[in-house]
Design a protein around this ligand. Sequence first.
Ligand SMILES: C[S@@+](CC[C@H](N)C(=O)[O-])C[C@H]1O[C@@H](n2cnc3c(N)ncnc32)[C@H](O)[C@@H]1O
Length: 244
Amino acid sequence: MAEVAHYQKEYPEWSRHLQGLHERYVDPFVINVQGRDVVVLQENVMQAEDLSLVLSHYFCNETVFPLEFWNGKRIIELGSGTGIVGRPQTVSTRFDAHAFTGTVMASLGADVVITDKHPQTELIKKTTERNKQVMVGTHSVQELLWGQDVAAFGKPYDVIIASECIYYNDLVGPLCDSMRKLSNGNTDIYLSYETHNDESVDFFMEEASLFFDISLVPHLDHHREFQSEYVNIIKMRLKQSLCK
Ligand SMILES: C[S@@+](CC[C@H](N)C(=O)[O-])C[C@H]1O[C@@H](n2cnc3c(N)ncnc32)[C@H](O)[C@@H]1O
């Protein structure tokens, strides 16, 4: 573990927090998925972060999800990634995200719908275009605003994924609403979040537990290398009493 003074945290060696500016914000970021390289174009506006790295590697962990497990699974990713365009000018030197996890899932063989707000979706399309050779499952990039009508997306999905989407209390209701509308009693929902983000996480858990059964994915099941004490993954399912 390496120490970073300004955060006063000990991040794992692979953490994006420990990388230089170029690596973190500019150079293409590469993750190897079952022998194939998925390349995340950062281009100063998209960036791979620890939360999506931990979640993506969890899905690649063959001791939990055996080879071919993901083949043909219908997956939708919510809040896939943003760019500078979605950020106030004042904080424009801090960027997050990139449509990373959804791209990895399609590379594992899943049929993935990658969603976010417009115009973030335009940036996401660059990453999927760059990776179309390795995305062996089908994929599409679509605009989905949390809380909106989801009839156009077709339900249910086998899996819903969302990385780093628990941060503003105001967004919790709409996010839960979308997850409810897109799932049935067999849909597994996976979210990754930062463990130190207590207030938002508590708020989310309170709201989400009204509709979903929630369990913490043990860190033992995370990828052996790409895990962090600062990142949790939860698994949720719509409560049986709410299933039609
Ligand atoms: C912090 S970023 C996380 C991005 C990416 N999943 C990751 O792990 O790095 C949150 C994402 O949620 C999206 N988002 C925020 N509010 C939203 C809403 N109301 N509807 C749809 N997407 C939203 C943002 O555009 C952004 O891409």
